[in-house]
Design a binder for this molecule. Structure first.
Ligand SMILES: Cc1cc2nc3c(=O)[nH]c(=O)nc-3n(C[C@H](O)[C@H](O)[C@H](O)COP(=O)(O)OP(=O)(O)OC[C@H]3O[C@@H](n4cnc5c(N)ncnc54)[C@H](O)[C@@H]3O)c2cc1C
Length: 491
């Protein structure tokens, strides 16, 4: 169902090894997860676990279901960048949902935002429950609290790309005949390269005739890198594999002076006799109808580059989310825990994806180069601002929860160092960026056509020149919908 990639967060190996989520393999094949200090001399560095969905529906089948519309300004910027006004902003929206047990903690965050504390649970639900994806172009223009939106259907079951594909496959006309009889889905298939034919008419450009996967292995990419691996160059396209970015997440984890009671208090998370699972399976009701994080905060850092807020923080009590390593989903937290994940929107840092070899079954070298260069320094400052805003706000929490013991960012080092040691991501985008055809940073044009060849389009999260909002799924769905229209328009 999922592939286990390992990526590098840092080019600086000393910094990379400070992360206690780093994975190593010992000579005897055993796996160790922890900092370099503790890994042992025979340990080979694998990197940071980076899962990706490998099933119908892709990563939407294994993801956290956070479903957020990016700021309208980002679609408008794409329109300006490509000169194609059809990318101008469009809109969508869902209803929110909140568990009232968060009132005390969120009350102090409201105060830190300069707003009044909710005067009742109903008031909190009313204020936090506003739709974050509402039809309002100003929804990102100030710091405020929301409820997280997740992509689920009326039965509170995960929904998305997989269901859409299956519904399309099974669609029928009124007489029962299949609507798309020529459509098949090939599962258990691994594509290895794009096949090209030389055209006999028109300009002499290679034309894709079939897809066996990725661009570089098919000869589309930076010439020097392709030649290093003896891959015949079809098109020298330097943008392929560049501009890698992640809406990386710094985090706050604290332990309160007393336990939180939440909807999940009696759940055993799939272990035998789980009453919450039984309720969900029987009635599609109960705690498992909501996501693990309920609170969402839009926050403007001191380095925001546009009028939009640039940090999306989501959090919850009595649980924990500290990033990815094998077994991360099993992590259990004491009921006194509260965590915030701080997502950097519009990250300025950039990494790359390069070939390890010409073997399509070999994973590429993926290095996000976190917090490097001017862009990375900007990102680190934005995350630091969010930590500096939230920690004092948390410590003003009423109801006996404060003072909090800080677990992350690690209090024995500076906030910046603590963020560096903790940060993680799972929203990679940008390695085949859409842009003007005459720019060396572009990989596809505004019609998603790969530059320099005919008959080949890229339709996935890699075409976003800049990470869209905090979470890529909704913008990727919007992109796919638009691509369908563009492709049909060409027929
Ligand atoms: C654990 C996790 C949690 C996440 N949480 C969220 C979240 O809460 N909200 C959010 O918005 N985003 C989240 N994301 C990210 C989001 O799911 C992805 O960014 C998004 O699905 C990317 O869409 P995509 O179409 O570009 O790629 P994917 O959804 O990854 O789809 C790629 C598909 O291509 C297939 N494929 C790849 N190579 C080949 C090949 N050679 N041959 C055949 N098939 C191939 C894969 O199997 C997969 O099915 C999360 C991701 C993960 C892994």
């Amino acid at each position: 169902m999922a592939w286990a990639f390992y990526v590098e967060h840092y080019t600086n190996t000393t910094q990379a090894c400070r992360d206690n989520k780093y994975t190593w393999r010992h000579a005897n094949g055993s796996i160790f997860i922890g900092t370099g200090e503790d890994a042992g001399n025979d340990a080979e560095p694998l990197g940071i676990f980076y899962p990706r969905g490998a099933t119908l529906g892709g990563s939407t089948q294994v993801n956290g279901m956070c479903f957020t519309l990016p700021p309208d300004s980002q679609w408008d910027e794409l329109a300006t960048l490509t000169g194609d006004s059809s990318w101008n902003s469009t809109r969508h929206g869902f209803d929110g949902y909140i568990h009232p047990g968060l009132r005390d903690v969120l009350g102090s965050v409201y105060e830190a935002l300069g707003q009044s504390k909710p005067n009742s649970t109903a008031d909190l639900i009313n204020r936090v429950g506003r739709d974050m994806n509402r039809l309002d172009p100003t929804r990102y223009d100030h710091s405020d609290l929301y409820t997280m939106v997740i992509d689920q259907n009326a039965d509170h079951v995960r929904t998305g790309a997989r269901d859409y594909i299956i519904d399309t496959l099974q669609a029928t006309y009124a007489n029962g005949s299949r609507r798309y009889p020529g459509l098949t889905i090939s599962t258990q298939s691994f594509a290895t390269k794009v096949l090209f034919a030389n055209k006999t008419t028109g300009p002499a450009r290679p034309r894709a005739t079939g897809v066996e996967y990725i661009l570089k292995l098919s000869g589309i990419g930076p010439r020097e890198e392709l030649e290093q691996h003896n891959i015949p160059v079809v098109v020298d396209l330097p943008a392929v594999g560049q501009n890698l970015q992640d809406t990386y997440e710094g985090g706050i984890t604290v332990e309160a002076a007393q336990d939180f009671t939440t909807l999940f208090t009696n759940c055993t998370f799939g272990n035998p006799g789980d009453p919450c699972l039984a309720e969900f399976q029987l009635n599609h009701t109960g705690p498992y109808t909501i996501g693990s994080a309920w609170a969402a905060l839009l926050f403007r850092s001191s380095v925001a580059t546009t009028p939009d807020t640039d940090i999306y923080a989501y959090g919850a009590s009595a649980s924990i989310f500290s990033g990815f390593y094998e077994g991360y989903a099993e992590a259990q937290a004491p009921p006194s825990t509260f965590w915030w994940s701080l997502v950097k929107m519009r990250p300025q840092g950039r990494g790359s994806v390069t070939l390890r070899s010409a073997d399509p079954f070999d994973t590429p070298v993926i290095n996000f180069d976190y917090f490097a260069n001017e862009g990375g320094v900007h990102d680190l400052q934005a995350l630091t601002d969010a930590v500096e805003f939230l920690l004092p706000a948390m410590n003003n929490t009423a109801g006996g929860y404060a003072p909090f013991t800080i677990i992350a960012p690690e209090p024995s080092v500076s906030i910046e160092q603590g963020i560096k040691d903790f940060a993680f991501g799972h929203h990679c985008t940008g390695t085949c960026a859409m842009g003007p055809a005459n720019s060396s940073s572009s990989c596809v044009d505004s019609q998603l056509r790969v530059l320099g060849v005919d008959g080949l389009r890229v339709v996935d999260a890699s075409v976003f020149q800049e990470a869209m909002g905090a979470f890529p799924v909704l913008p990727t769905f919007m992109l796919s919908q638009k691509a369908a229209g563009v492709i049909l328009g060409d027929l």
